[in-house]
Design a protein around this ligand. Structure first.
Ligand code: AMP
Ligand code: ZN
Length: 463
């Protein structure tokens, strides 16, 4: 009997059995998308990969998934405390393009990188700037219910009206208030946040709209409450994002929806933990950052980064190093070659016992490192090749490594190189390792590297 699906819910701070709220409608999933003022870095993609795997695990369990992701193309300020500039306007200045142009450009590069990592498209991809009326209607409702106040620079949410404000992050509000040294300006509480910001007098913003309160633009949090409600309702199954969203962004999404609809928006709140660079937070604002393209430039397959992410649990931080990526690339190559080398057609039946074991690991709060170990076992195991092939193909619906579509690159190998490689393979089979080493060196002198895998050898030309 396979284990039922259990997921870690950060709202309850506990592992909880998962079941959809409405079985007929399928699982409603909302994931916070990119802020498109620059490229996304590989840290962002660790979170998007975790969400992609979650979606695939839900489907493994037989659920249809309705996945909504937003594109933040306005309102995300350089400081989460409602100060600083809009990241889009800043990005426009940096690049010399308009805010609208960079939104389009970085949405396109984001989608191309998603494809390169084999991350599935969401069912609905929605832009904040396409949903200004919905956000204004939401704020107007909050105003009617008495949750807002006005300052000289915007309309703010009054968090003192909610006794359980900050529950998701277990915020110590009294401590925050007493200990605050930051200048909260005209805000009544340090935790209050902007719903609508006014364009300043004499300022012509590239992105601004009329509203009942004055010309300006929506705050960052309101877009997610408004779009989630529009496409999934105000009480749906799972809401995800990176761990940085717990204390501010998701806390404020919950505050808004609780004030308007009386729910905490989603039944499960799940967060992907950070990818670190040299044990420090990877951030775009820190200048240099690694993108999917940076990995490709260095000769890696983007799917090797996917494989690397699968080797660590989503609820632990992962320190990125190129040594770890090398190991992931080697693991991926071996898995692909071993799968490819399995003879037989595609009409074998998967191994039922291994399917259950793999599913048990997935259902144990997405334990992908252990599920990957089961995949290796299945690949090397003793069952018939057609069974192993079918089992791995089924696993790959969740792993997303593209095993069935991968083809070895056919390169023209010069005859002398091929002969040396054949002689070396023969020496290895005869356990003449001194001769095998000599031939490896001869190949290296010609610029070729030989890789020994379970399915035979591969030849790689050094770049
Ligand atoms: P942003 O483009 O900043 O709105 O972020 C997009 C997604 O990436 C959000 O879910 C963030 O929480 C997440 N994120 C940001 N930095 C990292 C990181 N270093 N590691 C993992 N996820 C991150
Ligand atoms: Zn969001």
């Amino acid at each position: 009997m396979p284990k039922p699906l259990t997921l870690y819910d950060n709202y309850a701070r506990a592992l909880r059995p998962f079941g959809p709220l409405d079985t007929a409608a399928g699982v409603g999933l909302y994931t916070c998308g990119p802020t498109v003022y620059d490229h996304q870095h590989i840290g962002n993609f660790r979170t998007f990969l975790f969400e992609d795997v979650l979606k695939r695990v839900l489907r493994w369990n037989g659920y249809a998934v309705r996945h909504v992701m937003n594109i933040t193309d306005v309102g995300h300020l350089t400081s989460d405390a409602d100060e600083g500039e809009d990241k889009m306007e800043k990005g426009a200045r940096r690049t010399g393009k308009s805010a609208w142009e960079i939104a389009r450009l970085y949405t396109e590069t984001f989608l191309a990188d998603m494809k390169a990592l084999n991350i599935e498209d969401p069912t609905v991809l929605c832009r904040a700037t396409d949903h200004i009326p919905e956000q204004i209607a939401f704020i107007a409702d909050l105003e009617r219910k008495g949750f807002t106040y006005r300052t000289s620079d915007g309309i703010y949410f009054d968090t003192s009206r909610q006794p359980d404000y900050g529950f998701l992050a277990r915020l110590d509000r009294a401590g925050l208030k007493a200990g605050t040294r930051v200048d909260v300006g005209e805000k009544r509480q340090p935790t209050d946040f902007a719903l609508w910001k006014f364009s300043q007098a004499g300022e012509k913003r590239q992105m601004e709209w009329d509203s009942p309160w004055g010309t300006g633009f929506p705050g960052w949090h309101i877009e997610c409450s408004a779009m989630a409600e529009k496409y999934l309702g105000d009480w749906f199954d799972i809401h995800c994002g990176g761990e940085d969203h717990i204390p501010v962004h998701h806390t404020n999404e919950i505050a808004q929806t609780e004030a308007r609809a009386g729910t905490h928006l989603a039944n499960f709140w799940m967060h992907g933990y950070f990818l670190l660079a040299d044990d420090a937070k990877m951030a775009k604002s820190a200048g240099e950052f690694l993108r999917v393209a940076s990995l490709v430039e260095r000769g890696y397959d983007p799917i090797a980064f996917r494989y690397l992410c699968l080797t660590s649990h989503y609820r632990t931080q992962l320190n990125f190093t190129f040594e770890a990526l090398d190991a992931a690339q080697t693991g991926l190559n071996r898995m692909r070659q071993a799968f490819h080398a399995l003879p037989g057609d595609d009409d074998g039946e998967p191994d039922a016992v291994l399917l259950d074991r793999f599913g048990d690991e997935l259902n144990d709060d997405l334990n992908l490192p252990r599920a990957l170990a089961v995949a290796w076992e299945a690949l090397r195991g003793g069952s018939a090749a057609a069974t192993r092939r079918a089992t791995l193909a089924r696993f790959d619906e969740v792993l997303g490594l593209g095993l069935t579509s991968w083809q070895p690159k056919v390169v023209d190998v010069p005859e002398t190189v091929r002969e040396l490689a054949e002689s070396r393979a023969a020496a290895r089979r005869a356990k003449d390792f001194a001769e095998a080493d000599r031939l490896r060196k001869a190949l290296a002198d010609l610029g070729w590297e030989m890789e020994d895998g379970p399915a035979g050898y591969g030849l790689k030309q050094r770049s």
